[in-house]
Design a protein. Structure first.
Length: 595
C-alpha cells in the first residue's frame, strides 16, 4: 500500500508539472497567434491624404509620438488633442500650440470645441476635414476584425487547468490530516466550479478571450494549495474569499465598461483611498514594525491592498486632459499623500511598489522623462530619510546579501527559505509535505520558496512565467486601446504586480532586500487576493480584440447608440458655451516648439 501511494504521489507531481507547462504554453500561443487589430473611430483628410483615428484620444502634431503626425512648418510638435467620449461626441483641444486651433473659422478655447462630420479644422495654416463614422461604418469595420479564441480553444485549456487542480487536490488528500480532507476537497471543487461558471457566463455574452482569466485561476489554484498546506483549518474562509474576489473582478469589469461613469467617480475613489489609509494610520497596531492591519470583529484586512486598485483607478484618469499638467500635478499630490501614509504605518515594501507604479503612470500620462527623473530624485531622498529614521529598515538593508552570516538572527527567514527551495529539487516533495510553512510568514512573504519546496522549481518558475505572460498581454494590448484610460490602467496594474512579484521572489532568496510583500494571487491573505483580482479588471479592460473582453463594450453597440442621447450631450455643451462666452482656460507657459 505504501508503495502504491508513493507511485500515486509521483505520478501526480509529474502531472502538475506537465499541465503547468501546457497551460502556460497554450495561453501564450493564443496571445501570439491572435491579431490585435485597432478599432476605427473616424477620419481626418488633408490635401488628398486620409488619416485614420484609431483611438478616443488622438494627439495631433509633428512629433514622432503623435497619433496623427503632420509634418508641416506651422504645426507644433504637440498641437492638439482630438478626443471622443463613449457616447460618440468628439471634441478638440488646443494644447499650448503657437498658432492655435480653429474649427469652422472659430478659435478653440481652453475648454475645447465640439467637432462633427464635415467640420473644417485649421492647425497652423493647415486645413483638415473631419468625418465621423456612422453606425453602419462601425458594423462594417467590426465585421472584418478577427474574433478572439479561434486558434487555441479556451475550453481545452480550462479542462487542463481543472486536471491540474485535481492533481493538486490528490496530493493534499495524501498529505493532510483526516479532519481537514473534506474542507480542502470542497475548496478545490468550488474553485473548479467557479472558473467554469465564469467561463460559461463569458460564452453566454459571446465573449471568447479567456487567457488572462485562465492564468489568474492557475495562480489562484497555487494559492489555494499554499493555504491547504499552511492553514487547512481555514479552507472554508479561503473558498469564500476566492468567490468574493472573482465576483469583484466581474463587477469591476462591468463598471469599467462605461467610461463616463468611471471618470465621474475619480474623486470619491481617491477620497476612499485616503480615508482607508488615514484609519490605518490612526487605528492599527504595529506588528513586526509595521501597522498594516485593521481588525473588526475578529477579522483583519490590509487597507493598503484595496488602495492599490483605487490608486490605479484614479491615476489612469486622463482622457481629453491627457496633456494638461495640472491633472498630473494633482496625481503627484495624491501619490505623495498615499506614500506618506504608507511610510507612517511602516509599510515601506508597499510604498516602493506604489512608487514604481507612479513612475509608469506619470510617464504614460506626460511622456516626460524630466518628471520621472525628479520623482526618482525625491524618492531617493525619502528613502535615505526612511533608513535613517526607521532602524529596522536599515537592518534589512544590512542583512541583504549576508543572510547566511546570521542564520539564527536577521537571516533566519531567508536562510530557511533558500534551504527549503533547494530541497524541493525540480519536482518537489509534494503538496503538503513541506516544512517551510511552519516558519513565520512563509505562506505570504516567502511563498515562492514554499511552492519550490512542495511542487518543485519547475512549477515555481511557471508561477513566475504566468505573471510575465500577463505582462506581455497587457503591453501588447495597450498599443491598440481605444481610450488612454484602459492601456494606462492595464500597464500600471501589471507594473504593480510585476514589482510585487519581483520583491517577493528575490527578497526571499536574498537577491534583494527582504521587504515582506506578497506574491500576486498565491500568497495567503484575503486582502491581497481581492486586490489582485480587482487589478485583473483593469488588465481585461485593455483587451479590445473583437468579442474578447466582457469589460469592453462592443463597437457595434457604441456606434448604434440613439441619436437623441448624443444630441443631448451636444446641446448641453452648447448651453454651457453660450452661457460663458468669456471663460478662458487656466493659463500656462506657452508650449515651446522644440520642447
Amino acid at each position: 500500500m505504501e508503495v502504491f501511494l508513493e507511485y500515486v504521489l509521483t505520478t501526480s507531481k509529474f502531472a502538475v508539472i506537465i499541465l503547468s507547462i501546457l497551460i502556460l504554453a497554450r495561453c501564450l500561443r493564443s496571445m501570439l497567434s491572435e491579431k490585435y487589430e485597432s478599432e476605427i473611430w473616424g477620419h481626418l483628410s488633408c490635401e488628398g491624404e486620409n488619416y485614420t483615428l484609431t483611438h478616443w484620444e488622438n494627439l495631433i502634431g509633428r512629433s514622432l509620438s503623435s497619433d496623427i503626425r503632420l509634418c508641416y512648418p506651422g504645426v507644433s510638435r504637440c498641437h492638439a488633442v482630438l478626443s471622443r467620449n463613449d457616447r460618440g461626441i468628439w471634441k478638440i483641444y488646443d494644447i499650448y500650440s503657437r498658432s492655435g486651433v480653429w474649427v469652422n473659422g472659430v478659435k478653440v478655447g481652453g475648454s475645447g470645441a465640439p467637432v462633427d462630420t464635415g467640420d473644417v479644422i485649421n492647425l497652423g495654416g493647415l486645413t483638415l476635414k473631419f468625418r465621423d463614422l456612422t453606425a453602419g461604418d462601425m458594423e462594417q469595420n467590426e465585421a472584418v476584425r478577427t474574433s478572439a479564441g479561434l486558434h487555441v480553444s479556451p475550453t481545452v485549456t480550462l479542462l487542463e487547468l481543472s486536471l491540474f487542480q485535481l492533481a493538486l487536490l490528490l496530493q493534499h488528500v495524501l498529505s493532510a490530516d483526516t479532519e481537514h480532507i473534506r474542507s480542502i476537497a470542497l475548496a478545490f471543487v468550488a474553485l473548479i466550479a467557479l472558473q467554469w461558471c465564469c467561463y460559461s457566463a463569458m460564452r453566454l455574452m459571446n465573449r471568447s478571450g479567456f487567457e488572462v482569466e485562465t492564468l489568474a485561476f492557475y495562480l489562484t489554484s497555487l494559492g489555494m494549495s499554499v493555504a491547504a498546506s499552511s492553514t487547512p483549518e481555514d479552507m472554508y474562509r479561503q473558498m469564500l474569499l476566492t468567490i468574493a474576489a472573482v465576483a469583484l473582478f466581474l463587477f469591476g469589469g462591468w463598471w469599467l465598461r462605461n467610461l463616463r461613469r468611471t471618470m465621474a467617480f475619480r474623486i470619491p475613489v481617491a477620497g476612499l483611498a485616503l480615508a482607508l489609509l488615514a484609519v490605518n494610520v490612526v487605528a492599527s497596531d504595529a506588528v513586526m514594525g509595521a501597522k498594516n492591519w485593521l481588525e473588526f470583529g475578529g477579522y483583519s484586512f490590509q487597507p493598503s491592498e484595496i488602495v492599490k486598485a483605487c490608486y490605479i483607478y484614479v491615476g489612469s484618469s486622463t482622457l481629453e486632459r491627457l496633456f494638461f499638467r495640472r491633472n498630473l500635478y494633482g496625481f503627484i499630490g495624491f501619490s505623495a499623500l498615499c506614500v506618506v501614509a504608507l511610510a507612517l504605518i511602516g509599510d515601506f515594501g508597499t510604498a516602493l511598489i506604489f512608487f514604481i507604479t507612479f513612475l509608469i503612470i506619470s510617464y504614460m500620462r506626460s511622456g516626460s522623462l524630466g518628471t520621472v527623473f525628479l520623482a526618482v530624485s525625491a524618492a531617493g531622498l525619502a528613502g535615505f530619510l526612511a533608513v535613517t529614521v526607521k532602524p529596522y529598515i536599515a537592518q534589512r538593508f544590512a542583512t541583504w546579501g549576508h543572510a547566511w552570516e546570521d542564520v539564527y538572527g536577521a537571516g533566519f527567514q531567508q536562510t530557511r527559505a533558500m534551504s527549503a527551495a533547494a530541497s524541493g529539487g525540480l519536482t518537489g516533495k509534494g503538496a503538503g509535505f513541506g516544512w517551510l510553512d511552519d516558519i513565520f510568514a512563509a505562506n505570504t512573504d516567502m511563498v515562492f520558496a514554499v511552492i519550490c519546496e512542495e511542487l518543485g522549481l519547475i512549477v515555481g518558475l511557471c508561477m513566475v512565467a504566468a505573471v510575465l505572460v500577463m505582462a506581455f498581454f497587457a503591453v501588447r494590448s495597450a498599443r491598440h486601446g481605444r481610450s488612454a484610460y484602459y492601456p494606462i490602467a492595464a500597464c500600471a496594474a501589471m507594473a504593480l504586480l510585476l514589482s510585487q512579484m519581483s520583491l517577493n521572489v528575490f527578497g526571499s532568496l536574498d537577491l534583494l532586500p527582504f521587504t515582506g510583500v506578497t506574491f500576486p494571487f498565491v500568497s495567503r491573505g484575503g486582502s491581497s487576493l481581492i486586490s489582485c483580482w480587482l487589478l485583473m479588471a483593469f488588465i481585461k479592460s485593455a483587451d479590445n480584440r473583437r468579442d474578447a473582453s466582457f469589460a469592453v463594450r462592443s463597437a457595434r453597440k457604441l456606434g448604434g447608440e440613439e441619436d437623441e442621447d448624443m444630441e443631448e450631450d451636444a446641446d448641453e455643451y452648447v448651453n454651457i458655451a453660450e452661457g460663458n462666452p468669456f471663460i478662458e482656460s487656466w493659463q500656462e507657459d506657452e508650449y515651446e516648439e522644440d520642447n
